[in-house]
Design a protein around this ligand. Structure first.
Ligand SMILES: C[S@@+](CC[C@H](N)C(=O)[O-])C[C@H]1O[C@@H](n2cnc3c(N)ncnc32)[C@H](O)[C@@H]1O
Length: 298
């Protein structure tokens, strides 16, 4: 697992986290997998990797997510960098989701930690995880199988997924936008808008932009090439520019935020300060692909 040396990650964070991690176990798992054969199960041969993605190290890992080692170390490290508790942080996104979606797309799904929670929360929904890294998809697939869940995995670019218009009730992305340049995050939001049915929701869980703006060390320590640009932006504004309404961002503990936007239903005004499931749901009559069933509330 090649790790770049002398990074801030190596000097400060790795020494704290490393003793908590079973490195030998991870290495022996890494050695036991035929990575290219497994990646071939997911790989779309014609997929072109965007330059921002293939040219950068992430978290001090050379080659970023196109290095299979990144997919092995991702979960063991992430559990320690999402205080106060990784599952609780991820569950916050699901708790902000209104209604009972039938098709959910998790963009930049990585090793599928949020994707799995989505499927567990909505077992009847068709859940698809999409990522640029076939190695991360392999780990997600493995995790879903271990949990006995049927999730589909798609090797693709969240900026242009290839799915038809209005084919999802919910689109999510967790911990993706701090790793993409703002122009890419905005393109992903425009793609999410295209993919959603009217009344469908986009939910973005990521670093708290306000907190990150005021804590320089946080933007330095994780070895993220685009995190400063992310911190200086505004997901609310990006959602509004993509066409979403009733946009709201909730502070989620101190270091995270959850943003939600709703794709407008033609002719229906969505209350910007108090999006109400009832209000959205009540107006689905006549719309061919209703986004939600009836009994949930926001
Ligand atoms: C920090 S990880 C987050 C993974 C997962 N969503 C989570 O919550 O743990 C970011 C993921 O986004 C993926 N990614 C980055 N840019 C992408 C893009 N344009 N399209 C699809 N996936 C992308 C990376 O391969 C990586 O797996």
């Amino acid at each position: 697992m090649p790790i770049a040396k002398e990074t801030i990650w190596e000097r400060f964070l790795a020494p704290l986290i490393r003793p908590l991690i079973d490195e030998k176990g991870l290495q022996s798992f890494y050695d036991s997998v035929d990575w290219e054969a497994e990646a071939d199960r997911f790989r779309q041969p014609n997929l072109e990797y965007p330059e921002y993605y293939s040219s950068q190290n992430f978290h001090g890992v050379k080659g970023g997510y196109l290095n299979p080692g990144a997919s092995v170390s991702y979960d063991p490290v992430t559990q320690y960098v999402l205080p106060p508790n990784e599952t609780w942080i991820r569950q916050g996104l699901i708790d902000r989701l209104c209604g009972k979606p039938r098709r959910i797309l998790d963009l930049g799904c990585g090793t599928g930690s949020t994707t799995v929670l989505l499927k567990q929360a909505f077992p009847e929904a068709e859940v698809i995880g999409l990522d640029l890294s076939p190695y991360m998809l392999f780990m997600g697939d493995r995790k879903a199988k271990q949990a006995g869940l049927r999730i589909q995995w798609r090797h693709g670019n969240a900026e242009h997924t290839g799915f038809p218009d209005a084919s999802f009730d919910v689109v999510t992305a967790s911990l993706l936008f701090h790793e993409t340049p703002p122009a890419v995050s905005q393109a992903i939001l425009r793609e999410s808008f295209r993919l959603l049915v009217p009344g469908g929701q986009v939910l973005i869980l990521d670093g708290n932009q306000k907190t990150l703006r005021h804590t320089e060390w946080l933007t330095e320590i994780f070895e993220e090439p685009y995190i400063k640009a992310y911190a200086s932006g505004n997901v609310d504004a990006w959602m509004g520019a993509a066409g979403f309404e009733a946009v709201e961002t909730y502070e989620h503990w101190w270091v995270n935020q959850i943003s939600r936007g709703i794709k407008p239903i033609p002719g229906v005004e969505i209350n910007a300060t108090k999006p109400s499931y009832q209000q959205v749901e009540a107006d689905f009559s006549g719309i061919p692909a209703p986004a939600f069933n009836t009994h949930a509330s926001c």
